[in-house]
Design a binder for this molecule. Sequence first.
Ligand SMILES: C[S@@+](CC[C@H](N)C(=O)[O-])C[C@H]1O[C@@H](n2cnc3c(N)ncnc32)[C@H](O)[C@@H]1O
Length: 212
Amino acid sequence: MTSTAFPDPADTWNRRFAEDGFLFGTGPNAWLREHASVWQPGQRVLSVADGEGRNSVWLAQQGLRVDAFDIAEVGVAKARRLAAEQGVDVNFTVSDCDAFPWPEAAYDGVAAIFVQFADPALRTRLFANMRRCLKPGGTLVLQGYTPRQLVYRTGGPPIESHLYTEALLREAFAEMEITALREYEAELAEGSGHRGRSALIGLVARRRPVAA
Ligand SMILES: C[S@@+](CC[C@H](N)C(=O)[O-])C[C@H]1O[C@@H](n2cnc3c(N)ncnc32)[C@H](O)[C@@H]1O
């Protein structure tokens, strides 16, 4: 059994990823690209629900050591091929987010780009795991849609409780040092899956270093 608001998410996403091409393109998400300089080459980063690998492969191209997981084996197979074509190593795993081992304080970074499959209960567990697997001083880069996206419908789940507001993210990551938190609108051109005017939110937050 998997834990998500959608019935059989692996099947749903495997079908979507079985289409030709890359649903969200092969280039990295723009918010991630803009903020990835928080990590230094050689550092260890986890790409959460990585899909067809556009973000993990790009992070590996920046010299990072990248782990990535996703529930959809068809997506992960495409991601492995993309990494091989680009000549980079990414440690891919097929896993539901509740089943992923989430090693404690293991990563310098977590990239969580459009992980809004999670309903509020799953999101609470997912965000707790994302916080916990960061080393003290490690940084989370997260991108999602705001409820205003229900007007645009150019990507993301059309379910308000899955979408993020600044207040929601501020509360969810209150233990962390938030270094960027921005609601904004932009034209996305990330494959056919995320295309057109979009109501976005981006977060960068650092797990607080252990006090001396
Ligand atoms: C909107 S896509 C984003 C993919 C990728 N992060 C990107 O930006 O290209 C959402 C991803 O979440 C994955 N997913 C859905 N439910 C999941 C779950 N319970 N555990 C892990 N991954 C899941 C899907 O397979 C899909 O790849």
